[in-house]
Design a protein around this ligand. Structure first.
Ligand code: KIV
Length: 287
């Protein structure tokens, strides 16, 4: 186990151009895998709404659900920097609400930082308030799935003049508001490259060129996600096929009687067997 990754370490990595590796996790085993693989940052993403809770967007997931996932991940992760997503609806009402929510993730789930989507005026105010409360904030601009409806759907941002200007404005604004790091999702690399030199904080890309590091959703990169995934996803393994083969083989074994075998059970002493039979007979006699 290495020493715990801190914001200072992430800043050093940026300075040395050492790529920062971030991955999502949603439970204890995925946290353990991230820990053992030696990633630098783990994100308990609200993508968990889709990839583990089966919802069709990230909008409905609740604070309680995200806290449960986050606590499980925390138990498995001690070295990577742990970031927890603040779900939609948990920061929108006021700065006070946002700070109260962020505090819960730190106190109840052991988050090292919280992530908040968007770079508009109200979002900047939330970033300032949470950072002022002493909680590091990872901002998230470009495609922001929580407000994808307002962006015209789950589509890349920064591809038109208006959208590219807005992206640059927001990336700089979240930094000025006090974000400790930034995730940029689904923005053309050339557009990201325009603003990168002006960003002193670590920048993690997902479908946004190379930046200072990368993040991917665990279930996408492992090939567990079914159906179409975003263009920026690369499947580094096909674990979903392996899981399906394993469960199908188990079902086949039960159905054809090859599982369980004698090696999957326990032996009884002759005394125990005799006592079990005597008990049955005594009950039959009493009846
Ligand atoms: O929720 C999530 O997994 C994310 C990443 C895609 C950055 O926000």
């Amino acid at each position: 186990m290495g020493s715990q990754v801190t914001l200072g370490r992430l800043a050093e990595m940026k300075q040395r151009r050492e790529p920062i590796v971030m991955v999502t996790a949603y439970d204890y085993p995925s946290g353990r895998i991230a820990e053992r693989a030696g990633v630098d940052m783990v994100l308990v993403g609200d993508s968990g709404a889709q990839v583990v809770l089966g919802q069709d967007s990230t909008v409905a997931v609740t604070v309680e659900e995200m806290l449960m996932l986050s606590r499980a991940v925390r138990r498995g992760v001690s070295t990577p920097f742990l970031v927890c997503d603040l779900p939609f609806g948990s920061t929108e009402i006021s700065d006070e609400q946002a700070v109260a929510t962020a505090l819960r993730f730190v106190k109840e789930a052991g988050a090292d930082a919280v992530k908040i989507e968007g770079g508009g005026e109200a979002r900047l105010s939330r970033i300032r308030a949470i950072a002022a409360a002493g909680i590091p904030v990872v901002a998230h601009v470009g495609l922001t799935p929580q407000t994808a409806v307002a962006l015209g759907g789950m589509r890349a941002q920064g591809r038109t003049a208006h959208s590219a200007a807005r992206f640059v404005r927001e990336a700089l604004a979240v930094q000025d508001a006090g974000a400790a790091a930034l995730v940029i999702e689904a923005v053309p690399a050339e557009v990201v490259d325009v603003v990168l030199p002006a960003l002193g904080i670590p920048v993690i890309g997902i479908g946004a060129g190379r930046a200072d590091g990368q993040v991917l959703v665990l279930h996408d990169l492992l090939g567990i996600t079914e159906g179409r995934t975003a263009a920026f996803v690369k499947r580094f393994a096909e674990i979903g096929d392996g899981m399906l083969a394993g469960v199908s083989a188990y079902a086949g074994g039960v159905r054809e009687g090859s599982f369980p075998g004698p090696e999957h059970g326990y032996s009884a002493t002759p005394d125990a067997l005799a006592a079990a039979r005597a008990e049955l007979q005594a009950r039959a006699g009493a009846g």
